[in-house]
Design a protein around this ligand. Structure first.
Ligand code: HAM
Length: 449
């Protein structure tokens, strides 16, 4: 297929028939995070390349292999954000948010760009919802942030997601660990990939998240960080677990989690599913106590997570969870002739001012073609409008689900139709609740609103 009619590898279109799912997720994650006190922050799609080199780390796969980097026309090296944390930390510094109430609780829904090998659940352009809590070292914050991710999964009705937890210590305890790792990998040196050989000298921990199958196999026998963490880090980790237990959040400690980005310290975690293929990590995060300082700011212990919307949607589908579909069209008015078209335009405009989604013919179609169209777009009600209807000031409203006809006055249709659908919804609700609902006066609620 010609290049111009094919989306770039690793990118995807989200069609109108599907986009409601993304819209729903985007809305509820921000709402739920809001209940925890997180406020949305919008950051640029691109940043100075150096931010990611310093923040995410020179020896990470993301920086070494996956960034979309280019020189802009002013000669600056620019990178499309591969993740959100570095940009949030930069904005936190740039706008002096460290002078405001701490911890700062920030959240975002962003598209990210990584030149990875595309496969199910892995794209080169993907969306993340993320939260960052900056300015607290307390283990209670770790549990709070994890509980927010947990709350989102629970709200969506997702089950069988495993929370895996680890501590990767602080720069102090990592020194001993690096020595142990170096000793181990030195003995396997001849089989490591060229990138990992380079990492061996600079940052041996990065070998642990190499994607090459041979390196992966070698890593299985490597020493685990959890055996090397210092007393302070160990106490911190114990407290995080205690708080999670108190909140009834189950987890397993997985000493193999190190995460692929250099800024992490102490607690790291992932929510993993075995229902969506090899890319089973739906959400990942942890502490990054040194990042803000690394970027030139004050010491600001912080933490956060990000979850990929695409993987979340795959998981919802795998578990048969349907998200609510908005009504595309509440009422379609089908005019016959010029006079009726004028009246139909007036009516849809009045209906929309009353908050109703209403459509009419804008393609000069026959009545038959209009009814076909109304059916295709899923109109809940239709109304045919001809000269007779206009003369009498009345027209039939047809329920497209059950064929029921109701006569409606054209004058004041906007308000009347709104009342009509509320009454219908109330009746349906009463019916679904059974006989008991009969004693409750629903109309009082509706009238009060
Ligand atoms: P990450 O683990 O690199 O962490 O990404 C977080 C989530 O983004 C993953 O768990 C996955 O759901 C999604 N994701 C990552 N790469 C792809 C991809 N190529 N295609 C589809 N989805 C993907 C971070 O980005 C950190 N900034 C998270 C964080 C925030 N840590 C602390 N605060």
């Amino acid at each position: 297929m010609a290049l111009i009619t094919k989306a770039v590898k690793g990118t995807q279109d989200i069609l109108p028939s599907e986009v409601y799912k993304n819209q729903f997720i985007e809305q509820i994650v921000i709402d739920i995070a809001g209940k925890f006190g997180f406020r949305e922050l919008r950051i640029p799609v691109f940043e100075h390349t150096e931010l990611f080199q310093r923040g995410v780390g020179e020896t990470t796969d993301v920086v070494q292999k996956e960034m979309y980097t280019f020189d802009d026309k002013g000669g600056r090296s620019i990178t499309l954000r591969p993740e959100g944390t570095a940009g949030v930390a930069r904005a936190f510094l740039e706008h002096g948010l460290f002078n405001e109430a701490l911890p700062q609780k920030l959240c975002y829904v962003i598209n990210c760009y990584r030149y990875e090998k595309p496969q199910a659940g892995r794209w080169r352009e993907f969306q993340q919802f993320g939260v960052e809590m900056l300015g607290t070292a307390s283990p209670a914050a770790d549990a709070e942030v994890i509980s927010l991710a947990n709350e989102i999964f629970a709200f969506l009705g997702i089950e069988n997601l495993q929370l895996e937890l680890n501590s990767i210590g602080c720069p102090e305890c990592r020194k001993n660990y690096h020595n142990a790792l170096r000793e181990y990998f030195e003995s396997k040196k001849e089989n490591l990939c060229p990138t990992c050989l380079e990492r061996l000298g600079k940052n041996p921990m990065r070998i642990l998240d190499c994607k090459s199958p041979i390196c992966k196999e070698i890593c299985e026998g490597a020493p685990a960080i959890i055996d090397y963490i210092c007393d302070d880090c160990s106490r911190h980790f114990e407290s995080v677990k205690k708080y999670l237990d108190a909140m009834n959040i189950s987890y397993v400690v997985n000493p193999r989690i190190v995460r692929g980005l250099d800024y992490y310290t102490r607690t790291v975690f992932e929510f993993v599913s075995n229902q969506i293929g090899a890319q089973g990590t739906v959400c990942g995060g942890g502490r990054y106590d040194g990042l803000v300082e690394e970027l030139g700011g004050p010491h600001t212990p912080s933490l956060g997570f990000a979850m990929g919307t695409g993987r979340l949607l795959m998981l919802l589908e795998a578990q048969g969870i349907e998200l609510p579909k908005p009504d595309a069209c509440e009422i379609y008015i089908a005019p016959m002739g010029e006079n009726a078209t004028v009246e139909a335009m007036r009516l849809v405009s009045e209906l929309r001012s009353n908050g109703i989604s209403a459509q009419t013919d804008v393609a000069g179609r026959s009545l038959k073609a209009q009814m076909k169209y109304a059916d295709k777009i899923g109109a809940r009600y239709t109304m045919v409008l001809g000269d007779n209807e206009i003369e009498q000031g009345k027209a039939n409203l047809k329920n497209m689900d059950n064929g029921e006809i109701t006569e409606a006055e054209l004058e004041n249709l906007g308000e009347d139709f709104m009342e009509f659908i509320i009454r219908k919804q109330t009746e349906a609700l009463q019916q679904s609740l059974g006989d008991d609902a009969g004693s409750f006066d629903w109309s009082s609620i509706i009238n009060n609103n």
